[in-house]
Each structure stands twice: as structure tokens, then as C-alpha cells.
Design a protein around this ligand. Structure first.
Ligand code: ADP
Ligand code: MG
Length: 348
């Protein structure tokens, strides 16, 4: 449990943030320069705040008024940066063991083999960091942080420098760490899809201040304040991994109003996942579309149309719950799905 209430005055920039974490991952989200990394730096002990405190499980890591400042290496916090910052002269194995060196004696130790296995880096142990790809370096960086037996993990845009394929490989690892190791995490990102997929709470920062704290839907969905950048709007959906279609390389994500098929493999079946649907990726049609490439079609109703005098409007739309999908959570035969969708579209 982390509690943060700090201020920092850098003359050209003032930081003033307060939040606590709950279950799972807390995301710090906001545009470049809004104070995300400064906030992580204060939590990690890399920066001293001018006022306030950071508490971890009730223990003050820094408390300006009480004159408390725990040095970074004593905080039991693992940090993963955008660049994994591995020691170039040490092998992967030595880098990983270096993290473990910080685990206090008697601390419940995470097994080296278990961490290496989870992160898929068994074959890399004797390599030097210079001979790793960006994605591999990041896996090792995460492993090093994990093996220090942290009470809190901090991620500062860990995927920002990776291409989409590598991102899609690393995100499930972060989900596994979240679900299997139960270590609280604060995850900094300005990518909506990462935040929706990983986080249960979002702290939205703007100009060094907390603008909003809420679920991903509250932060990015239809209820997000109108002055928000509309291109950031997205819906956070909860789904369950379903079947795979090996012919087209798709995976079904079961969601009550209808299954959503995504490219690639998502495993294992039955696992709960969060997905983001960007508003700018949605196409509206008044009838079942024909001759178009979108593979996912959901029936629904327009709720609101927000116009601000500009050339575009923001439309909120609610997908209808399909009876067939709700009964057993599985997508029934395609014919039934199609007829229900048609029925919904033609209803007033
Ligand atoms: P981001 O949200 O992109 O991670 P940062 O937390 O790194 O943003 O930085 C927030 C603001 O603080 C930026 O305007 C940055 O220029 C400023 N800043 C960061 N470090 C310093 C510093 N050491 N001295 C003065 N200003 C700084
Ligand atoms: Mg930053």
C-alpha cells in the first residue's frame, strides 16, 4: 500500500500530487512533461520533495515535516525504466543477481529460476547486454527489479522504446507479475492501451497536478471531461479469453455484448483481460455493414452527441447485451449472432 502526498518546486515546474494505490496496478498517465517521472523519482528516493510524505505499508520512506528520508537502496522498491539500464560489463545472470543483492536477508526470496522462466530469459543468462535486443533487455530489467524482492515495483514507460510486437510480448509478462506475484505497482505511461490493459486505477496528471483519479473508464471513457483531448478517448472493456482461430491467426475475447476478435494469440483461454477500444477506431453504421474489412461488429445505441462548435463531434455509444452471449458467456453460432445484430439495428 503506497500513500503519496508530495510537493516539489523546480522553479520552472511545480509538482503537487497526492494519491494512494488500491488493488493491482496504479497508472500515472498524462502528456509528456506533466510530472510522471518526477513523481516516480520522489517515490523511489531519487529526488527529495520539498513537502509531504511517501508511505509504503504505513512506513514513511520520506516525510519532510518529520525529517525522514530513507535512501533509495533501503526502500525495497524495484524500478524499471524505459531503457533497462543494465550494467554493460555484467552478463545477464550477473545483472539479475545484482538485483537480488538488495533483497534483505530473511526476506521471502523469489526463486531465481522461477523469475527467469516467467520472463522467458533462460537462454540469455550468459549473454552480455550489448548482445540483447531491446525487448530482451527490458525482460532482464524487469527480472532484476523482481529479484530484489521489492515491496513496490515502479515502471517508467517501460515499453515506450519498443516496437508493437515487442510490446505485445512484454505486456503479458507484466500482467503475469501483477497476477502471480501480487506486488503493488505504479506504472507510468502516456499510452492509453497500456494503461487500460494493465491498470485498475488511473491517476491522470496535468501540469504537475492530479487532474483525476478513477478507473480506466472514468479516465478515458465517455464521462471524461469534455475539455480532454478527444483523440485520447477510449472505452475499457473487460473480457475473457476464448477460442483461437488458427486459420486467420485470431483470438476471441468474450465480452457480453459480443465477442471481439483480435489478431495474434492471447493465452490462456479463460483468463480475464482488459481491452481498450479507441474512439477513433470505431466506425458507426446504421445497418449491418457489407463490403468493409472490420472484423468486429457490435449492435448498440447512440447515447449522446457532443458538439463543441468545431468540425467534429464526439458520439457515445453503448453496445447492447446479446442474450446468446450472456447465457453461457460463449459466442453461439454465427447465424444467431447476425440475426440478433440485425434485429437490434432495425429497432427504433
Ligand atoms: P514526464 O511526465 O514526461 O515524465 P517529468 O516528470 O520528467 O515529465 O518532468 C516534468 C517537468 O519537470 C518537465 O517540464 C521537466 O522539464 C521538468 N524537470 C524535470 N527535471 C527537472 C530538473 N532537474 N530541473 C528542472 N526542471 C525539471
Ligand atoms: Mg517521463
Amino acid at each position: 500500500m503506497i500513500e503519496v502526498d508530495v510537493g516539489l518546486d523546480l522553479k520552472s515546474f511545480k509538482l503537487d500530487v497526492a494519491f494512494g494505490d488500491g488493488e493491482g496496478i496504479t497508472a500515472l498517465f498524462g502528456p509528456s512533461g506533466c510530472g510522471k517521472s518526477l513523481t516516480l523519482g520522489v517515490i523511489a528516493g531519487l529526488r527529495r520533495p520539498d513537502r509531504g510524505y511517501v508511505r509504503l505499508d504505513g512506513r514513511p520512506l520520506v516525510d519532510v515535516e518529520q525529517g525522514v528520508f530513507e535512501p533509495p537502496h533501503r526502500r525495497r522498491i524495484g524500478v524499471v525504466f524505459q531503457d533497462a539500464n543494465l550494467f554493460p560489463h555484467l552478463s545477464v545472470r550477473q545483472n539479475l543477481l545484482y538485483g537480488r543483492w538488495f533483497a534483505p536477508k530473511g526476506a521471502e526470496r523469489l526463486g531465481f529460476d522461477a523469475a527467469v522462466e516467467t520472463l522467458g530469459i533462460t537462454k540469455l543468462l550468459d549473454r552480455q547486454p550489448a548482445r540483447l535486443s531491446g525487448g530482451e533487455r527490458q525482460r532482464v530489467g524487469i527480472g532484476r527489479a523482481l529479484l530484489s524482492c521489492p515491496k513496490l515495483l515502479l515502471f517508467d514507460e517501460p515499453l515506450a522504446a519498443l516496437d508493437m510486437s515487442r510490446k505485445l510480448e512484454i505486456m503479458p509478462l507484466i500482467e503475469r507479475i501483477r497476477d502471480e506475484f501480487h506486488i503493488p505497482m505504479v506504472y507510468v505511461s502516456h499510452a492509453v492501451e497500456e494503461v487500460v490493459r494493465l491498470a485498475s486505477r488511473v491517476v491522470v496528471l496535468q501540469n504537475g497536478k492530479v487532474k483525476k483519479i478513477g478507473t480506466p473508464n472514468e479516465a478515458f471513457g465517455a464521462d471524461a471531461a469534455l475539455e480532454d483531448d478527444r483523440f485520447e478517448r477510449a472505452s475499457a472493456l473487460k473480457a475473457v479469453v476464448g477460442r483461437e482461430d488458427p486459420v486467420y491467426g485470431l483470438t476471441e475475447l468474450k465480452h457480453p455484448p459480443g465477442s471481439i476478435w483480435v489478431a495474434g494469440a492471447v493465452r490462456p483461454a479463460g483468463r480475464a483481460v482488459n481491452i481498450s477500444v479507441r474512439a477513433s477506431d470505431v466506425i458507426l453504421a446504421v445497418e449491418q455493414p457489407k463490403g468493409l474489412s472490420p472484423r468486429n461488429t457490435l449492435a448498440g445505441a447512440v447515447l449522446t452527441i457532443e458538439a463543441d462548435g468545431g468540425p467534429t463531434v464526439t458520439i457515445s455509444h453503448r453496445a447492447r447485451r446479446r442474450r446468446a452471449a450472456c447465457r453461457d458467456g460463449d459466442a453461439q453460432g454465427g447465424r444467431r449472432t447476425r440475426s440478433e445484430v440485425r434485429e437490434s439495428w432495425s429497432s427504433p
